[in-house]
Design a protein around this ligand. Sequence first.
Ligand SMILES: *Cc1c(COP(=O)(O)O)cnc(C)c1O
Length: 378
Amino acid sequence: MRHLRRIDSPQSKRVELGGRFYLNFSSNDYLGLANDPALKEAAIQAIERFGVGSGASRLVCGSLAPHHELDEAIAEFKNCDAALSFSSGYAAAIGTITALLGKEDVVVLDKLVHASIVDAAKLSGAKLRVFAHNDLNDLESILQWANRSRRSSASPGPGIRRVLVITESIFSMDGDRAPLRELVSLKERYGAWLMIDEAHATGVIGPNRRGVADELGLSRSVEVQLGTLGKAIGASGGFVCGCRELIDLLINRARSFIFSTAPTPAAAAAATAGIRVLQSDIGAQRQSILWNRLEELHKELGKNFAKPQSAIVPLIIGAEQRAVEVAGQLLDRGLLVPAIRFPTVARGKARLRVTLSALHSPEEVHALASTIASVLSQ
Ligand SMILES: *Cc1c(COP(=O)(O)O)cnc(C)c1O
Protein backbone atom coordinates (compact mmCIF):
# COMPACT_ATOMS: atom_id res chain seq x y z
CA MET A 1 0.00 0.00 0.00
CA ARG A 2 1.54 3.30 -1.08
CA HIS A 3 0.55 6.77 -0.01
CA LEU A 4 0.87 10.15 -1.62
CA ARG A 5 3.12 12.64 0.11
CA ARG A 6 1.82 16.18 0.01
CA ILE A 7 4.44 18.81 -0.86
CA ASP A 8 3.56 22.36 0.15
CA SER A 9 6.28 24.17 -1.76
CA PRO A 10 7.38 24.50 -5.38
CA GLN A 11 9.33 21.64 -6.87
CA SER A 12 12.94 22.53 -6.16
CA LYS A 13 16.07 21.27 -4.41
CA ARG A 14 14.34 21.94 -1.08
CA VAL A 15 10.72 20.89 -0.60
CA GLU A 16 8.30 21.38 2.29
CA LEU A 17 6.58 18.30 3.63
CA GLY A 18 4.45 18.29 6.77
CA GLY A 19 5.80 21.68 7.89
CA ARG A 20 9.45 20.70 7.54
CA PHE A 21 11.94 21.34 4.73
CA TYR A 22 13.84 18.48 3.13
CA LEU A 23 16.71 18.42 0.69
CA ASN A 24 15.24 16.87 -2.42
CA PHE A 25 17.21 14.11 -4.14
CA SER A 26 14.21 12.52 -5.83
CA SER A 27 13.14 14.82 -8.65
CA ASN A 28 13.73 14.49 -12.39
CA ASP A 29 14.02 18.26 -12.62
CA TYR A 30 17.72 17.81 -13.38
CA LEU A 31 18.52 21.38 -14.37
CA GLY A 32 16.31 23.04 -11.75
CA LEU A 33 13.88 24.59 -14.26
CA ALA A 34 10.57 23.51 -12.70
CA ASN A 35 10.46 26.68 -10.60
CA ASP A 36 12.56 28.87 -12.89
CA PRO A 37 11.47 32.52 -13.31
CA ALA A 38 11.77 32.38 -17.13
CA LEU A 39 9.39 29.42 -17.37
CA LYS A 40 6.97 30.93 -14.87
CA GLU A 41 6.93 34.21 -16.75
CA ALA A 42 6.24 32.41 -20.06
CA ALA A 43 3.31 30.54 -18.48
CA ILE A 44 1.88 33.75 -17.02
CA GLN A 45 2.16 35.53 -20.39
CA ALA A 46 0.42 32.62 -22.11
CA ILE A 47 -2.42 32.72 -19.59
CA GLU A 48 -2.80 36.47 -20.06
CA ARG A 49 -2.97 36.08 -23.82
CA PHE A 50 -4.68 32.68 -24.31
CA GLY A 51 -6.49 31.99 -21.05
CA VAL A 52 -6.27 28.77 -19.07
CA GLY A 53 -8.22 26.16 -21.05
CA SER A 54 -7.54 24.86 -24.56
CA GLY A 55 -11.19 24.07 -25.22
CA ALA A 56 -10.83 20.99 -27.39
CA SER A 57 -8.55 18.51 -29.03
CA ARG A 58 -5.98 20.11 -31.32
CA LEU A 59 -7.76 18.60 -34.35
CA VAL A 60 -11.00 20.39 -33.42
CA CYS A 61 -10.16 23.95 -32.31
CA GLY A 62 -7.62 23.53 -29.51
CA SER A 63 -4.46 23.97 -31.61
CA LEU A 64 -3.36 27.30 -30.22
CA ALA A 65 -0.31 29.32 -31.19
CA PRO A 66 1.67 28.14 -28.10
CA HIS A 67 1.24 24.50 -29.20
CA HIS A 68 2.57 25.28 -32.68
CA GLU A 69 5.47 27.27 -31.24
CA LEU A 70 6.29 24.35 -28.95
CA ASP A 71 6.27 21.76 -31.77
CA GLU A 72 8.60 23.99 -33.80
CA ALA A 73 10.88 24.59 -30.82
CA ILE A 74 11.13 20.84 -30.17
CA ALA A 75 11.96 20.04 -33.81
CA GLU A 76 14.64 22.74 -33.86
CA PHE A 77 16.08 21.74 -30.48
CA LYS A 78 16.23 18.05 -31.39
CA ASN A 79 17.49 18.80 -34.91
CA CYS A 80 14.67 16.77 -36.50
CA ASP A 81 12.41 17.54 -39.46
CA ALA A 82 9.28 17.69 -37.33
CA ALA A 83 7.90 17.10 -33.84
CA LEU A 84 4.55 16.69 -32.13
CA SER A 85 3.82 17.45 -28.49
CA PHE A 86 1.42 15.40 -26.36
CA SER A 87 -0.12 15.97 -22.94
CA SER A 88 2.50 13.66 -21.37
CA GLY A 89 5.35 11.36 -22.27
CA TYR A 90 3.05 8.48 -21.34
CA ALA A 91 0.45 9.69 -23.85
CA ALA A 92 3.17 10.14 -26.50
CA ALA A 93 4.34 6.54 -26.07
CA ILE A 94 0.81 5.13 -26.15
CA GLY A 95 -0.27 7.17 -29.17
CA THR A 96 2.87 6.61 -31.21
CA ILE A 97 3.43 2.89 -30.75
CA THR A 98 -0.23 2.02 -31.34
CA ALA A 99 -0.25 4.24 -34.47
CA LEU A 100 2.80 2.53 -35.94
CA LEU A 101 2.10 -1.12 -35.14
CA GLY A 102 -0.66 -3.68 -35.45
CA LYS A 103 -1.21 -7.44 -35.38
CA GLU A 104 1.08 -8.11 -38.34
CA ASP A 105 4.06 -6.43 -36.69
CA VAL A 106 6.67 -7.27 -34.09
CA VAL A 107 7.75 -4.98 -31.26
CA VAL A 108 11.03 -5.76 -29.50
CA LEU A 109 11.68 -4.16 -26.11
CA ASP A 110 14.64 -3.97 -23.78
CA LYS A 111 13.71 -5.73 -20.54
CA LEU A 112 14.00 -2.48 -18.55
CA VAL A 113 11.99 -0.05 -20.67
CA HIS A 114 9.49 2.25 -18.98
CA ALA A 115 5.94 1.13 -18.21
CA SER A 116 4.51 3.54 -20.81
CA ILE A 117 6.31 1.62 -23.55
CA VAL A 118 5.28 -1.77 -22.19
CA ASP A 119 1.64 -0.68 -21.98
CA ALA A 120 1.75 0.80 -25.48
CA ALA A 121 3.36 -2.32 -26.95
CA LYS A 122 0.66 -4.51 -25.43
CA LEU A 123 -2.12 -2.21 -26.58
CA SER A 124 -0.77 -2.14 -30.16
CA GLY A 125 -1.57 -5.83 -30.65
CA ALA A 126 1.87 -6.44 -32.20
CA LYS A 127 3.80 -9.60 -31.31
CA LEU A 128 5.86 -8.65 -28.27
CA ARG A 129 9.41 -9.86 -27.71
CA VAL A 130 11.76 -8.78 -24.91
CA PHE A 131 15.57 -8.88 -24.99
CA ALA A 132 17.76 -9.01 -21.89
CA HIS A 133 18.83 -5.55 -20.76
CA ASN A 134 21.34 -4.03 -23.23
CA ASP A 135 22.06 -7.53 -24.59
CA LEU A 136 22.85 -7.16 -28.31
CA ASN A 137 23.20 -10.92 -28.88
CA ASP A 138 19.77 -11.56 -27.45
CA LEU A 139 18.32 -8.76 -29.59
CA GLU A 140 20.02 -10.13 -32.70
CA SER A 141 18.56 -13.58 -32.23
CA ILE A 142 15.07 -12.05 -31.99
CA LEU A 143 15.69 -10.01 -35.16
CA GLN A 144 16.85 -13.20 -36.93
CA TRP A 145 13.69 -14.98 -35.82
CA ALA A 146 11.51 -12.10 -37.05
CA ASN A 147 13.20 -11.94 -40.44
CA ARG A 148 12.69 -15.65 -41.04
CA SER A 149 8.94 -15.02 -41.21
CA ARG A 150 9.16 -11.52 -42.71
CA ARG A 151 6.95 -10.46 -45.57
CA SER A 152 8.96 -9.17 -48.54
CA SER A 153 8.66 -8.51 -52.23
CA ALA A 154 10.12 -11.99 -52.74
CA SER A 155 7.57 -13.53 -50.35
CA PRO A 156 4.46 -11.35 -50.27
CA GLY A 157 1.31 -12.37 -48.43
CA PRO A 158 1.07 -13.41 -44.82
CA GLY A 159 4.04 -12.93 -42.55
CA ILE A 160 5.55 -10.25 -40.37
CA ARG A 161 5.18 -6.74 -41.79
CA ARG A 162 7.43 -4.47 -39.74
CA VAL A 163 9.75 -4.77 -36.77
CA LEU A 164 10.20 -1.95 -34.25
CA VAL A 165 12.94 -2.10 -31.62
CA ILE A 166 12.38 0.19 -28.62
CA THR A 167 14.78 1.12 -25.87
CA GLU A 168 15.74 4.01 -23.62
CA SER A 169 18.92 5.96 -24.19
CA ILE A 170 19.27 6.47 -20.41
CA PHE A 171 17.37 3.98 -18.28
CA SER A 172 15.04 5.56 -15.76
CA MET A 173 15.73 3.39 -12.72
CA ASP A 174 19.35 2.34 -13.33
CA GLY A 175 20.73 5.49 -14.93
CA ASP A 176 22.82 3.46 -17.39
CA ARG A 177 23.07 3.89 -21.14
CA ALA A 178 21.97 1.83 -24.11
CA PRO A 179 24.68 0.91 -26.67
CA LEU A 180 23.07 3.14 -29.28
CA ARG A 181 25.72 2.89 -31.98
CA GLU A 182 25.52 -0.90 -31.97
CA LEU A 183 21.71 -0.81 -31.84
CA VAL A 184 21.61 1.37 -34.94
CA SER A 185 23.88 -0.94 -36.90
CA LEU A 186 21.86 -4.00 -35.83
CA LYS A 187 18.50 -2.51 -36.78
CA GLU A 188 19.93 -1.42 -40.13
CA ARG A 189 21.35 -4.87 -40.81
CA TYR A 190 17.94 -6.45 -40.15
CA GLY A 191 15.75 -3.77 -41.72
CA ALA A 192 13.99 -2.93 -38.45
CA TRP A 193 12.97 0.48 -37.13
CA LEU A 194 14.40 1.93 -33.93
CA MET A 195 12.60 4.07 -31.37
CA ILE A 196 14.45 5.53 -28.40
CA ASP A 197 13.05 7.16 -25.31
CA GLU A 198 15.33 10.04 -24.32
CA ALA A 199 13.30 11.05 -21.24
CA HIS A 200 16.34 11.05 -18.93
CA ALA A 201 18.95 12.04 -21.51
CA THR A 202 17.38 15.28 -22.68
CA GLY A 203 19.04 18.23 -20.98
CA VAL A 204 21.69 16.00 -19.40
CA ILE A 205 23.62 14.27 -22.22
CA GLY A 206 25.56 15.68 -25.15
CA PRO A 207 27.13 18.99 -26.11
CA ASN A 208 23.73 20.40 -27.16
CA ARG A 209 21.82 18.71 -24.34
CA ARG A 210 19.70 16.97 -26.97
CA GLY A 211 20.40 13.49 -25.67
CA VAL A 212 22.41 10.44 -26.70
CA ALA A 213 21.31 10.18 -30.36
CA ASP A 214 22.56 13.69 -31.07
CA GLU A 215 25.75 13.21 -29.04
CA LEU A 216 26.65 10.24 -31.24
CA GLY A 217 25.51 11.94 -34.46
CA LEU A 218 22.79 9.31 -34.91
CA SER A 219 19.63 11.46 -34.79
CA ARG A 220 18.86 10.79 -38.45
CA SER A 221 19.37 7.05 -38.02
CA VAL A 222 16.76 6.68 -35.29
CA GLU A 223 13.29 6.60 -36.83
CA VAL A 224 11.38 7.68 -33.71
CA GLN A 225 12.63 9.77 -30.78
CA LEU A 226 10.44 10.09 -27.72
CA GLY A 227 10.86 12.54 -24.87
CA THR A 228 9.13 14.27 -22.02
CA LEU A 229 8.78 17.97 -21.29
CA GLY A 230 8.35 17.22 -17.59
CA LYS A 231 11.91 16.32 -16.54
CA ALA A 232 14.95 18.44 -17.42
CA ILE A 233 12.79 20.73 -19.57
CA GLY A 234 10.98 21.66 -16.36
CA ALA A 235 7.35 21.86 -17.56
CA SER A 236 4.91 19.10 -18.49
CA GLY A 237 3.96 17.17 -21.60
CA GLY A 238 5.68 14.75 -23.93
CA PHE A 239 6.85 14.70 -27.53
CA VAL A 240 7.83 12.61 -30.50
CA CYS A 241 10.16 13.78 -33.23
CA GLY A 242 11.43 12.37 -36.50
CA CYS A 243 10.60 12.80 -40.18
CA ARG A 244 7.65 14.83 -41.47
CA GLU A 245 5.79 11.68 -42.59
CA LEU A 246 5.99 10.26 -39.07
CA ILE A 247 4.53 13.40 -37.54
CA ASP A 248 1.75 13.62 -40.16
CA LEU A 249 0.88 10.00 -39.42
CA LEU A 250 0.69 10.72 -35.68
CA ILE A 251 -1.55 13.75 -36.18
CA ASN A 252 -3.94 11.45 -38.04
CA ARG A 253 -3.55 8.20 -36.09
CA ALA A 254 -2.26 8.75 -32.54
CA ARG A 255 -5.41 8.28 -30.48
CA SER A 256 -3.98 9.82 -27.30
CA PHE A 257 -3.36 12.96 -29.37
CA ILE A 258 -6.63 12.97 -31.32
CA PHE A 259 -9.08 12.11 -28.56
CA SER A 260 -7.72 14.32 -25.79
CA THR A 261 -8.03 18.03 -25.02
CA ALA A 262 -4.89 19.96 -25.96
CA PRO A 263 -2.57 20.76 -23.03
CA THR A 264 -3.09 24.16 -21.46
CA PRO A 265 -1.43 27.08 -23.26
CA ALA A 266 0.53 27.75 -20.05
CA ALA A 267 2.05 24.26 -20.12
CA ALA A 268 3.02 24.60 -23.78
CA ALA A 269 4.54 28.04 -23.29
CA ALA A 270 6.47 26.94 -20.20
CA ALA A 271 7.88 23.97 -22.12
CA THR A 272 8.98 26.21 -25.00
CA ALA A 273 10.68 28.51 -22.48
CA GLY A 274 12.35 25.47 -20.89
CA ILE A 275 13.75 24.44 -24.27
CA ARG A 276 15.07 27.97 -24.83
CA VAL A 277 16.85 27.90 -21.46
CA LEU A 278 18.31 24.49 -22.31
CA GLN A 279 19.69 25.89 -25.57
CA SER A 280 21.20 28.96 -23.91
CA ASP A 281 24.48 29.53 -22.04
CA ILE A 282 22.53 29.07 -18.81
CA GLY A 283 21.56 25.58 -20.00
CA ALA A 284 25.21 24.79 -20.75
CA GLN A 285 26.29 26.08 -17.31
CA ARG A 286 23.62 24.07 -15.51
CA GLN A 287 24.59 20.92 -17.37
CA SER A 288 28.24 21.33 -16.45
CA ILE A 289 27.40 22.04 -12.78
CA LEU A 290 25.23 18.92 -12.71
CA TRP A 291 28.08 16.76 -13.99
CA ASN A 292 30.47 18.32 -11.44
CA ARG A 293 28.05 17.41 -8.63
CA LEU A 294 27.71 13.86 -9.99
CA GLU A 295 31.48 13.47 -9.98
CA GLU A 296 31.70 14.79 -6.41
CA LEU A 297 28.98 12.37 -5.28
CA HIS A 298 30.75 9.47 -6.94
CA LYS A 299 34.05 10.40 -5.28
CA GLU A 300 32.44 10.62 -1.86
CA LEU A 301 30.37 7.44 -2.10
CA GLY A 302 33.46 5.46 -3.00
CA LYS A 303 34.40 2.78 -5.39
CA ASN A 304 31.57 0.43 -4.41
CA PHE A 305 29.29 2.55 -6.52
CA ALA A 306 29.50 2.60 -10.29
CA LYS A 307 30.44 5.87 -11.96
CA PRO A 308 27.24 7.76 -12.82
CA GLN A 309 26.35 7.77 -16.52
CA SER A 310 23.48 10.20 -15.99
CA ALA A 311 21.82 12.24 -13.22
CA ILE A 312 20.29 9.01 -11.84
CA VAL A 313 22.41 7.24 -9.25
CA PRO A 314 20.85 3.98 -8.05
CA LEU A 315 22.04 2.58 -4.72
CA ILE A 316 20.91 -1.04 -4.87
CA ILE A 317 19.71 -2.31 -1.47
CA GLY A 318 17.98 -5.55 -2.48
CA ALA A 319 15.21 -6.33 0.00
CA GLU A 320 12.09 -4.18 -0.39
CA GLN A 321 11.62 -3.69 3.37
CA ARG A 322 15.23 -2.67 3.94
CA ALA A 323 15.09 -0.09 1.13
CA VAL A 324 11.98 1.46 2.67
CA GLU A 325 13.69 1.55 6.11
CA VAL A 326 16.82 3.23 4.76
CA ALA A 327 14.72 5.81 2.91
CA GLY A 328 12.85 6.45 6.19
CA GLN A 329 16.12 6.99 8.06
CA LEU A 330 17.31 9.43 5.43
CA LEU A 331 14.00 11.27 5.68
CA ASP A 332 14.44 11.54 9.47
CA ARG A 333 17.78 13.24 8.73
CA GLY A 334 16.18 15.73 6.35
CA LEU A 335 16.89 14.04 3.01
CA LEU A 336 14.19 13.07 0.55
CA VAL A 337 15.46 10.02 -1.38
CA PRO A 338 12.86 7.60 -2.70
CA ALA A 339 12.92 3.83 -2.21
CA ILE A 340 12.02 2.24 -5.54
CA ARG A 341 10.71 -1.29 -5.37
CA PHE A 342 8.61 -3.90 -7.15
CA PRO A 343 6.76 -3.48 -9.51
CA THR A 344 8.74 -0.44 -10.68
CA VAL A 345 11.90 -2.59 -10.53
CA ALA A 346 12.31 -6.38 -10.26
CA ARG A 347 11.68 -8.13 -6.93
CA GLY A 348 14.82 -8.20 -4.77
CA LYS A 349 16.31 -5.24 -6.68
CA ALA A 350 14.88 -2.52 -4.45
CA ARG A 351 17.01 0.58 -4.36
CA LEU A 352 17.42 4.15 -3.38
CA ARG A 353 17.12 6.23 -6.52
CA VAL A 354 19.22 9.31 -5.95
CA THR A 355 18.89 12.07 -8.52
CA LEU A 356 20.94 15.22 -8.53
CA SER A 357 20.02 18.66 -9.81
CA ALA A 358 22.20 21.49 -11.02
CA LEU A 359 20.82 23.49 -8.07
CA HIS A 360 22.46 21.28 -5.42
CA SER A 361 25.56 22.81 -3.84
CA PRO A 362 28.77 20.85 -3.17
CA GLU A 363 27.91 21.04 0.57
CA GLU A 364 24.50 19.49 -0.03
CA VAL A 365 25.99 16.67 -2.07
CA HIS A 366 28.52 16.12 0.70
CA ALA A 367 25.72 15.97 3.30
CA LEU A 368 23.91 13.39 1.16
CA ALA A 369 26.97 11.17 0.73
CA SER A 370 27.98 11.23 4.39
CA THR A 371 24.42 10.61 5.62
CA ILE A 372 23.98 7.68 3.24
CA ALA A 373 27.30 6.22 4.41
CA SER A 374 26.32 6.53 8.08
CA VAL A 375 22.81 5.08 7.56
CA LEU A 376 24.08 2.16 5.48
CA SER A 377 26.76 1.29 8.04
CA GLN A 378 24.19 0.86 10.83
C1 LIG B 1 8.83 9.78 -17.10
C2 LIG B 1 9.02 8.86 -18.26
C3 LIG B 1 8.09 8.76 -19.28
C4 LIG B 1 6.76 9.44 -19.20
O1 LIG B 1 6.84 10.81 -19.33
P1 LIG B 1 5.74 11.73 -18.61
O2 LIG B 1 5.86 13.02 -19.31
O3 LIG B 1 6.11 11.77 -17.18
O4 LIG B 1 4.41 11.05 -18.83
C5 LIG B 1 8.38 7.97 -20.37
N1 LIG B 1 9.53 7.27 -20.43
C6 LIG B 1 10.44 7.32 -19.45
C7 LIG B 1 11.70 6.55 -19.57
C8 LIG B 1 10.21 8.10 -18.33
O5 LIG B 1 11.09 8.10 -17.33
